[in-house]
Design a protein around this ligand. Sequence first.
Ligand SMILES: [Zn+2]
Ligand SMILES: [Zn+2]
Length: 325
Amino acid sequence: MENNDLISVEEENGVVDVSRSALIFLGTGCSSAVPNAMCLIQPSDPPCHVCFQAMSLPPERSHNYRCNTSLLIDYCQSDGKHHYILIDVGKNFREQVLRWFTYHKIPQVDSIILTHEHADAVLGLDDIRAVQPYSATNDIDPTPVYLAQYAMESISMKFPYLVQKKLKEGQEVRRVAQIDWKIIEEQHDKPFVASGLKFIPLPVMHGEDYISLGFLFGETCRVAYISDVSRFPSSTEYVISKTGAGQLDLLILDTLYKKGSHNTHFCLPQTLDAVKRLCPKRALLIGMTHEFDHDKDNEFLAEWSTREGIPVQLAHDGLKIPIDL
Ligand SMILES: [Zn+2]
Ligand SMILES: [Zn+2]
C-alpha cells in the first residue's frame, strides 16, 4: 500500500509521538454493537464466528469487538499543547473510556461534537461527568458540545437535567455533567472551531427523512468523518471529492452490511461506490455489524484497493492513526 508521510499507515504500537496529532477510533460498530447479544445468548449452530472471537480475545487484539461509532481527535497545536475532541458519545461511551482512554493515555475530553441525536451517538452524555473534575456543587468549567438545533431539541427531551440552567425552588443540587451547548449550522459554508481546530459540517441523508452531519477537518491533511449516511446531497459530495473542492487525504465512512442496501445507512456496495466517486487518498470504514470479519474482509478490501488504486480498510476499535492536521 502506498505510504503517505502525513498519515502513518502503520498503526502505532504503544509508542507515543507526543508532538503529533492522532485519530483514535473509540468505536467502529453499529448501534447494537458487536458482539451481537443474540449470537451469545441464543447461539446458532455453528455459532457466529465473529461474535465468539470478539469475546475470546483481549481488547487490543479483538478487532471484531465494535462499540458505537466514535472518534477521538488528539489535536496537537503548533505550541505542542494537546486538545482532545470527541465526536459522538454513544451507548458504550464508558466502556470506550475504560478500554481506550487508558490504553492511549487520554487524560480528558476538551470538547464534543455530535453528528446527530440517535441513541448510538448521544446516550453516553450522562457519563461525561465521569471524565470531568469532581465538584459536588457542579462548580466546574462546562465542556462545550457542538450540535445542530434539531439535535438540541431532541436532547432537551432525553436529558432535561443536562440542559436546565437554574435549579427550581426547593430543588436539591445533584452532580450532573456540566455542558455548554453550542448550536452549529447544518451547512458547509458555516464552519466552527472546537478546541482550536476548524470543522466544516457535511450534511448527509441518513434515511430520506433525516439529516445527519459528517465533518471535514484538518489543514495539512484533509479528513472527512461520515458515520451515518444513506445518500450524499450533491453539494456535500462536491466539498469532499477529488473532482470537486479537492482530494481528501483520509475518508472515514459508514458501512453497515456487506451486501445489498439499507434505507438509513450505506452498505459495502454503496460505500465502495462512494469511495470510487470521491477518490480520497485513503479510506477507512466504520459502523459495521457482525457480518464483517475484520481480518478476512480486510484481505478482500486489500485486493479491491490494489485493483482500484485507493487503499481501503475496515477500521477497528482502538486503532490510532498519527496524522498532521
Ligand atoms: Zn454474531
Ligand atoms: Zn443514526
